[in-house]
Design a protein around this ligand. Structure first.
Ligand code: FMN
Length: 207
């Protein structure tokens, strides 16, 4: 086969939505972590995170979370959170990569805390989507120092302008402009490219 070549990439970030995870620190403040290894199945979210992150430590002891989804216009604030950790005892590897300890992630990023409905960590007011939940399971991955967190979604809150007209519980994908990460760089979505046969299924049938 000569249409492809074998490569050995160090990372496999082929493009996923960016999320900002809110978790509860020991002192009751909320830590924020930008991340993009996330997917959803039904009312379950699955997150891939580093085991030594403050977020993983928080979720082990205090299993409540908000998955905040930033829109593309929040890229500056999200990028300010890059290379920061809430873990004062960060690993040598992270220190070598230039990470700094930041206790107040909201202040550092210029974001605003907003009370959540069903969990203790605060939500990010500027993010148009807040997905609240509790940890249902924490799996150690085959690769060391990585965990997969299974989150049972307890509430979903959105800015009203994202809703599909006439459908209070649905999102209009033409109005939702997610921030996407591909190989460590930030992107937005383009326009719809093709009619969708899957979209002929009524969303309510997934309940
Ligand atoms: C856009 C973006 C995406 C990231 N995606 C992930 C990810 O999917 N999983 C992960 O473990 N770290 C990811 N990181 C790195 C974490 O943000 C980083 O480890 C951070 O220090 C964790 O914060 P904490 O220690 O305060 O929890 C990402 C960073 C950025 C800026």
């Amino acid at each position: 086969m000569d249409t492809h070549v074998d490569i050995d990439p160090a990372i496999l970030y082929f493009g996923t939505p960016v999320a900002v995870l809110s978790t509860l620190n020991q002192d009751g403040t909320t830590n924020l972590m930008p991340m993009s290894s996330v997917f959803w199945l039904g009312r379950t979210a699955v997150l891939g995170i580093g085991a030594s992150s403050q977020t993983a430590l928080n979720l082990t002891d205090r299993p409540e979370i908000v998955i905040n989804l930033p829109s593309v216009d929040l890229v500056t604030e999200v990028d300010r959170l890059a290379l920061t950790t809430g873990n004062a005892a960060m690993s040598a590897g992270k220190a070598a990569r230039g990470y700094v300890h930041v206790a107040d992630k909201y202040g550092h990023a210029g974001l605003t805390a907003y009370g959540s409905d069903t969990v203790l960590p605060t939500s990010v007011a500027e993010c148009p989507v807040h997905i609240e939940g509790t940890v249902a399971a924490l799996h150690e991955l085959r690769e060391p120092k990585l965990v997969a967190v299974e989150v049972a979604v307890s509430a979903v809150r959105v800015m009203p302008e994202l809703r599909l007209e006439g459908h209070p519980n649905r999102i209009d994908p033409d109005r939702w402009r997610p921030l996407v990460m591909s190989f460590q760089h930030f992107y937005g979505l383009g326009d719809r490219v093709h009619p969708s046969r899957l979209a002929s299924i009524d969303e309510e049938l997934y309940r």
